[in-house]
Write a protein of this length. Structure first.
Length: 136
């Protein structure tokens, strides 16, 4: 399945068009809110940020929250991962997923791995292990 095209606002309220990311590998995590469990998940993915970037993989955290709220969380927890606002959950639905989910996308735009109903604790490490096996 192809990862769908999108245009979403980032934590600064600026639009990010998926056409800008064509030809890049991506990890896209869908987070349903900014409650503690979700913020913990954002922080876990931030902890693997450098290891993933070294492999030329972009990590996007797509959150059902408004842009100013995303900026506040980034500043409070010093998160470096790009946060995108998807209040109506259009992108997660376009992927055929719901709630807390993650997909890995190849350079060709194919979804090569997906996780549904994710438990946040330890999920970032599990995704990184899959990254190492798929994208050497």
């Amino acid at each position: 399945m192809q990862f769908p095209d999108f245009v979403l606002k980032d934590e600064n309220g600026e639009s990010l068009d998926s056409s800008f990311l064509k030809g890049m590998r991506m990890i896209v995590c869908f987070v349903p809110d900014l409650e503690k469990e979700s913020v913990d998940q954002l922080c876990e993915f931030d902890s693997i940020y450098q290891k993933v970037m070294i492999r030329n993989i972009v990590t996007l955290m797509v959150v059902k929250a408004e842009c100013p709220d995303l900026r506040a969380v980034m500043d409070k927890y010093s998160i470096r991962v790009k946060l995108l606002s998807d209040v109506d959950e259009s992108l997660v639905k376009a992927c055929g997923l719901e709630g807390r989910s993650t997909v890995m996308v190849s350079k060709e735009g194919d979804i090569v791995s997906a996780w549904s109903s994710v438990r946040p604790a330890g999920h970032a490490d599990a995704v990184y292990e899959k990254v190492k096996s798929l994208f050497k």
